[in-house]
Design a protein around this ligand. Structure first.
Ligand SMILES: Nc1ncnc2c1ncn2[C@@H]1O[C@H](COP(=O)(O)OP(=O)(O)OP(=O)(O)O)[C@@H](O)[C@H]1O
Length: 280
């Protein structure tokens, strides 16, 4: 997908107009949705992110992949103002995340395991609460909350406490809370984990419509197949550094994304496991 000016894009019917990112304050096309330079974070002696550079074009559906412990969650937490970096710069649509954190947070919707949900609220109350936190008026919040509960197949569970939700339902309501203020950038850490196939397909449609409407999505996932099908750009990171980045076709270079990932990251054992695990 090429950079797209939000106000030149035909609205996608999959996304209600009220949830499309607002075109009013659109920055110039050349401004990336997310620009990371020299990002670094260590936890004691463990360097989780090691001088990472990443540019996410506005209007892209961007996949972030890497092995366990590669630094994806740490990177996304720093990029969304949740975790302070040791070094480096992060800009969301031109706004320096760590100099103007309030403005940066208004531009972004985040789904992350690292964010505690107010799970003693019902699903409906939770989305409403997030909308009001973003300064939206009650009428708009109520309208969007209803639309989101429908889109996420949670209408009948809207009155249930989030603490009583299944893992997949919790993921979906957190996505609703991330979307309610119609952010310009959506950052989703493993959004499809625990989500059933029908809901996952509905969420994919919702996200594709959001991108068509001028939004940018960054999604971290361990499903190479999903990322290859869904994302127009991808970055592979390993040991806190960028190993490859570009359009999905550029990165996979004629092979599958999974093969390219294994080639770049390494670590295949080609072993059938210990003999004591074999029963015959
Ligand atoms: N709060 C923390 N304290 C100490 N070490 C941490 C902390 N958070 C992350 N790490 C370490 O930093 C490294 C990167 O972790 P991170 O969660 O960012 O990886 P990831 O790519 O998201 O992994 P996964 O795919 O398994 O979710 C790991 O070695 C992890 O153990």
């Amino acid at each position: 997908m090429t950079d797209a000016a939000p106000d030149s894009v035909v609205p996608d019917p999959a996304v209600p107009e009220t949830l499309a990112p607002s075109p009013g304050s659109a920055p110039p096309i050349a401004v990336p949705a997310l620009e990371i330079r020299g990002l670094r974070k260590a936890f004691g002696a463990k360097v989780a992110v090691d001088g990472l550079d990443l540019t996410v074009p506005t209007g892209s559906f961007y996949g972030l992949v890497g092995p366990n412990g590669a630094g994806k969650t740490t990177t996304l937490s720093m990029a969304t103002g949740l975790l302070r970096p040791d070094a480096g710069t992060i800009h969301i649509l031109g706004t320096d995340v760590w100099r103007d954190t309030v403005k940066a947070k208004s531009l972004v919707g985040v789904l992350s395991d690292g964010i505690a949900l107010f799970d003693r609220l019902t699903g409906e109350q939770l989305i409403t609460y997030h909308g009001l936190l973003h300064g939206m008026d009650r009428e708009t919040v109520a309208q969007r909350t209803g639309e989101l509960l429908d889109l996420l197949d949670l209408r009948s569970a809207g009155g249930t406490l989030v603490v009583d939700y299944s893992a997949g339902m919790t993921k979906k309501i957190a996505l609703g809370a991330a979307l309610v203020h119609a952010p310009r950038l959506l950052v989703l850490d493993e959004p499809f984990e625990s989500v059933d196939p029908v809901s996952a397909a509905n969420i994919r449609d919702l996200l594709a419509g959001y991108v068509h409407g001028g939004g940018t999505v960054i999604v971290s996932s361990h499903s190479m197949d999903l990322v290859q099908r869904m994302c127009d750009h991808v970055a592979i990171i390993g040991s806190g550094r960028q190993l490859a980045a570009g359009t999905t076709d550029e990165v996979r270079a004629g092979s599958t994304l999974e093969d390219r990932f294994v080639e770049l990251v390494g670590g295949r054992h080609h072993s059938e496991g210990p003999s004591w695990l074999r029963t015959s």
